[in-house]
Design a protein around this ligand. Structure first.
Ligand SMILES: *Cc1c(COP(=O)(O)O)cnc(C)c1O
Length: 403
């Protein structure tokens, strides 16, 4: 952890833990370096569902070409926060209200997920126009990954056999302009595998376009760039990815590509900080019970990994009895929930961990707080802090509904 962030984490008042600390300068720098590797004809959108935190979205607004939202809620949230940002609206199961709002909000692109959705769109448009991408479950081979959204049977997007009917509906309706295709098929690929997938998708789309005699100026190839929680320092090879995209684009002169990563953009900027409440031994194994748990940070439970962490020893912590500790052995870090699934890291070797020490879980900036079952057991919510230039801790009230 960088020094200024460590200082921030160490000095958070104990009563405020657990806390999420978002490192905004790192996020800006990371996103800027991603942008710098991408060719001009590639637009970078951020998938808001990875983390919709307002400060993060504001920091990202300076670095990205736009935002991908996947629900009416994300659309309203993003539009209210960033009135001038380019927004594309994807996601399954859009309602007529969603589509109506999207047209009123002036979204740049609507990603149509099915023929039914296209019909609903035509029924709510009135005199308005829409620029659409058809989301298609393109018939390509995908190397096995943790999360696959297409390539086989899938609830997402159109089956290729449905494309012609949608083309016809669009051709018969002058209010709708088909701008291209959207293909988000897999998540967790490394740069080489991801490039191979993009290459296949673009070739398939080009072939489809020729057969149909339509123009195809734009393909959104989705997100899903890999994040390796076991190797925090091994990030997605954006530089190789950018070079590869450049080569693909060179073969398709009129084409613009869009990408919409979420996890690989914000995962690294978030830290979940908590402290050790108890250390115990059960049938020869060590457990540390932490304040908080997977109801704040569901990522390790959802993805079945050990969340990477750093121990921040607190030597000033005093107890009127012997301070429980574990030394030089594997320890399992659990939270405060009454379920055996509340595990943040399993049998990880440590040097020393005591009651009162702080633990900073890294890579907690995406699919972390916002995918967690926050109401389970009615524990209090974490506090939120945005580490920014000058290291001023910026306390920030949680915007999530507490109902
Ligand atoms: C979830 C999602 C993304 C973002 O995926 P990441 O794995 O966070 O990069 C992008 N596009 C679509 C359509 C998605 O469903």
């Amino acid at each position: 952890m960088k020094e200024s962030l460590l200082h921030h984490v160490r000095h958070l008042p104990a009563a405020q833990l657990p806390s999420y600390v978002y490192d905004l300068p790192s996020l800006r720098q990371h996103t800027r370096s991603i942008r710098a590797t991408l060719p001009r004809r590639v637009e970078l959108l951020y998938a808001v569902k990875a983390n919709p935190d307002p400060h993060l979205l504001q920091a990202l607004a300076e670095q990205v070409d736009g935002f991908e939202v996947a629900s009416g809620g994300e659309l309203r949230h993003t539009r209210a926060l960033l009135p001038d940002a380019a927004i594309v609206f994807g996601g399954p199961g859009k309602t007529s209200t969603d589509l109506d709002e999207a047209l009123s909000a002036g979204v740049e692109r609507l990603h149509v997920d099915s023929e039914q959705e296209l019909r609903i769109l035509t029924s709510v448009m009135g005199h308005r126009t829409a620029d659409v991408l058809l989301r298609v479950n393109a018939p390509v081979m995908i190397r096995r990954t943790a999360l696959t959204m297409g390539g086989g049977p899938s609830p997402f997007g159109l089956d290729p056999s449905q494309l012609d009917r949608c083309l016809q509906i669009i051709a018969d309706d002058e209010r709708i302009r088909l701008q291209g295709l959207h293909v988000h098929l897999a998540s967790g690929l490394d740069a080489r595998a991801h490039l191979a997938l993009v290459d296949e998708v673009v070739s398939w789309a080009d072939c489809w376009r020729r057969q149909r005699g339509t123009e195809l100026t734009e393909i959104n190839v989705g997100g899903g760039m890999g994040v390796d929680y076991d190797r925090p320092h091994q990030t997605f090879d954006w530089s190789a990815f950018g070079t590869g995209l450049q080569q693909i684009l060179a073969r398709h002169p009129g084409l613009t590509l869009k990408i919409e990563p979420g996890r690989s953009v914000t995962a690294y900027c978030g830290t979940y900080v908590t402290r050790v409440l108890d250390v115990k031994f059960s049938r020869g194994e060590a457990f540390a019970v932490l304040r908080g748990g997977t109801h704040h940070l569901r990522t390790p439970a959802a993805k079945q990994h050990d969340q990477p962490f750093e121990i921040i020893p607190d030597d000033a912590w005093h107890l009127p009895w012997i301070r429980p500790e574990v030394r030089d052995e594997p320890v399992t870090l659990v939270g405060q929930l009454c379920t055996p699934k509340d595990v943040l890291a399993r049998r990880v070797m440590i040097n020393r961990l005591r009651v009162g020490d702080r633990i900073a879980f890294a890579m907690a900036g995406a699919y972390a707080w916002n995918i967690s079952h926050q109401g389970f057991l009615m524990h209090s919510h974490p506090t939120f802090h945005h580490h920014d230039e000058g290291d001023r801790p910026v306390p920030y009230k949680c915007v999530c509904r507490t109902a």
